[in-house]
Design a protein around this ligand. Structure first.
Ligand SMILES: C[S@@+](CC[C@H](N)C(=O)[O-])C[C@H]1O[C@@H](n2cnc3c(N)ncnc32)[C@H](O)[C@@H]1O
Length: 269
């Protein structure tokens, strides 16, 4: 980290705000219909398996970096009783509010605009499950502090459930216009990436955008970060499909790298 944490989180919030209307156009009309279904789920089987280990029925769940909250709505459809979604971007939280209303879940869900590093104290110790889904660790400039936040949100005996991009996937640069993705970055990269090509990962349209700063967190840092705040590892699975749509061609290559991972950690009771 060459700048302080807030420099990165403030800059990234502006970059997410900038892309919000593009994501809305790509997804919101379809999602507004889909979430009405009482069996709606945006979750893949690997994440469902991880959530089942934590147990969902009657649980209080907080999702950090929830974006439009489609994953949190899916968790509510699995039987959770309270869902709190947090995202730094007001524009994405506005999309989440529309989806929660369309799903009819306003009475058991709350959406909060906040940097995850600056959450209100009232949330501490409230949750059975802290959830993050694809595309979160890479936005965190300070991983140890992120883990302290997660630990503080959990009740004793609560679980941290994760599905995210594998750090090995972040070593690749996506190919443009049908070209193959290429290995380009060190697994041990320490300085952040600074990208100005926008975050339109649904339509894959590049545009000159505000800077996005993202970070390589190695698997040992991800594992040791959790153990370092006293969480115990309960489950770990590597994923061979691209949950991020970042380098989808890698699903087909002969020498396939790990593309994602799911993990469950538990706070001692
Ligand atoms: C890749 S998206 C997450 C997508 C989500 N997993 C899904 O599938 O819908 C990352 C989200 O993290 C949010 N974010 C990034 N840094 C954040 C921070 N410091 N605090 C809160 N939210 C943050 C962004 O606004 C964005 O909505």
């Amino acid at each position: 980290m060459t700048q302080d944490r807030k420099f990165y989180t403030d800059a990234n919030r502006e970059t997410w705000e900038e892309v919000a209307d593009r994501h809305r156009a790509a997804n919101q009309p379809r999602l507004l219909q889909e979430v009405r279904n009482a069996r709606y789920s945006a979750l893949d089987p690997v994440l469902i398996e991880a959530l089942a280990i934590a147990g969902i029925a009657d649980k209080q769940v907080i999702q950090l970096c929830c974006n439009n909250a489609k994953d949190l709505i899916s968790v509510m459809r699995m039987g959770a009783v309270r869902g709190v979604g947090v995202d730094a971007s007001p524009a994405f939280i506005a999309q989440a509010e529309e989806l929660v209303a369309a799903a009819g879940l306003q009475s058991c869900m709350e959406l909060i605009v906040s940097d995850v590093y600056e959450l209100p104290d009232r949330l501490k110790g409230q949750f059975d499950i802290v959830l993050i889904t694809v595309g979160v660790f890479g936005w965190m400039p300070d991983l140890p502090l992120f883990y302290r936040v997660i630990e503080s949100l959990l009740k004793p005996g609560g679980h941290f459930v994760i599905e995210d991009m594998h750090p090995v996937l972040l070593m690749y640069e996506p190919g443009k216009d049908g070209a193959a993705s290429t290995l380009q970055w060190s697994y041990f990269k320490q300085d952040p990436w600074r990208d100005t090509e926008g975050l339109d990962y649904f339509e894959h349209e590049d545009y000159e955008g505000k800077p996005a700063y993202s970070f390589m967190h190695k698997l040992d840092d991800i594992l040791m970060g959790g153990l370092g705040v006293g969480l115990a590892l309960r489950h770990f699975r590597e994923i061979d499909f691209d949950i991020s749509h970042f380098c989808q061609d890698l699903e087909q290559v002969e020498a396939k790298p790990p593309l994602g991972f799911a993990m469950v950690m538990e706070k001692p009771a």
